[in-house]
Design a protein around this ligand. Structure first.
Ligand code: BMA
Length: 371
């Protein structure tokens, strides 16, 4: 949407000029994705959205209970940003790889939109070359076969079309589709995915990224923002951008970072530097930056939220420009990132999300009314 957004901005400038000359013309209505981008921009330096993966689908000790949310159970309100995962959709499955039915995911996303919340989608596809292998099977080169001229190019495009079909079904009562963030091919600088650094050249990943976005656009999906999210394997801007598909393809420059936030003081300062690199790049290119995934699995540190997470997000004028932070999913007591109400980190979590700069759903509704 980025290039379009620029077009919209320049159009406004042109129209303002025309209006000043006395020939009134109605301004083109911005798309919902453009509105979302403006809303995200308005957060910079002021506040950030608190996000949680699969928040409405299940949590610790519950599944698919209407109105339920672990963030709400512990802190009294829903998150402002909701992450959803598409892996398995490309195979035509009814449920994703974490057993979330896509029909339910659609309803959740529609509910989120109706409440003024933000939806973001990740995608951990099975290997299009061998669909018995999930994203974490790193034993053969895949990406080169998906690009134009590759043996599985057509097959891959048909898979992206399945995503397009789902995205187009995210309708609103007004007759459009809801805006969302799409964050494909994340953590490509790590070695744990088939599209990652072990098996893929940066140019191949960039081509795959562009191909994916272009195909969605060709299929009529254009009401979305794109997030670029490497993991922590960079220490300069040039390294951060090694996998970058280009400014025309990206709206949100992100970092997924679990490791550095959990390696003592040295790790925290590394996490701060990396977030600052993303923020500086966002400032240069008129994008927004975010900590697109983070957490400490099972949160075995009672002050993790205020010490580690706030320690990074509040570290400097630059880190304070980040517009959202998303925690990963609460599968069960063996794998969770948001504390349940009785957890030893629950008080600290409440304190953290209760902070003025951290927006849950109703805080975000109020923020938009005021800004
Ligand atoms: C990982 C874990 C897995 C899950 C995958 C995709 O980080 O949470 O259990 O299947 O993400 O959501």
């Amino acid at each position: 949407m980025n290039s379009k957004y620029l077009k919209y901005s320049s159009l406004l400038v042109a129209l303002t000029g025309l209006l000043a000359c006395g020939s009134p013309q109605p301004a083109e209505t911005p798309t919902a994705a453009e509105v979302l981008m403006d809303q995200l921009r308005s957060l910079q330096g002021k506040a950030l959205l608190f996000g949680h993966q699969d928040d409405l689908a299940y949590g610790i000790g519950w599944q698919y209970e209407e109105g339920q949310s672990d963030v709400k159970r512990t802190a009294g309100d829903y998150p402002a940003l909701f992450g959803w995962e598409l892996g398995g959709l490309e195979l035509g499955r009814a449920k994703n790889l974490d057993r979330v039915p896509f029909d339910k995911m659609r309803s959740f996303a529609q509910w989120v939109h109706a409440q003024g919340g933000v939806n973001t989608f990740s995608w951990h596809p099975y290997s299009p070359v061998d669909t018995s292998k999930n994203s974490w099977v790193v034993d053969e080169r895949v990406v080169e076969h998906l690009l134009p001229g590759g043996s599985h190019h057509t097959h891959f495009l048909a898979q992206v079309d399945q995503l397009a079909h789902f995205f187009k079904s995210l309708t609103t009562p007004e007759g459009g589709t809801l805006p969302f963030i799409f964050r494909p091919w994340h953590e490509m600088d790590g070695g744990w995915f088939w599209w990652g650094a072990t098996l893929t050249e940066p140019e191949e990943l960039q081509a795959l990224f562009r191909l994916t976005i272009d195909r969605l656009h060709e299929q009529g999906v254009d009401n979305f923002l794109v997030a670029y999210s490497p993991d922590r394997n960079f220490s300069t801007e040039a390294e951060y951008l090694s996998w970058y598909p280009g400014d025309d393809y990206v709206d949100i420059v992100g970092v997924d970072n679990y490791w550095d936030l959990n390696q003592g003081a040295e790790g925290l300062s590394a996490a701060i530097q990396k977030l600052e690199i993303a923020v500086q790049y966002a400032q240069k290119t008129d994008k927004v930056a975010a900590l697109t995934e983070t957490g400490l699995d099972r949160i075995e540190q009672a002050d993790w939220y205020s010490a580690n997470l706030a320690g990074v997000l509040e570290a400097s004028e630059l880190t304070r420009q980040a517009v959202y932070v998303m925690l990963w999913r609460n599968h069960d007591l063996s794998h969770f990132y948001v504390p349940h109400p009785e957890h030893e980190a629950a008080d600290d979590f409440r304190h953290f999300v209760g902070g003025e700069r951290y927006l849950l759903l109703s805080d975000w509704q109020q923020f938009k009314n005021k800004n």
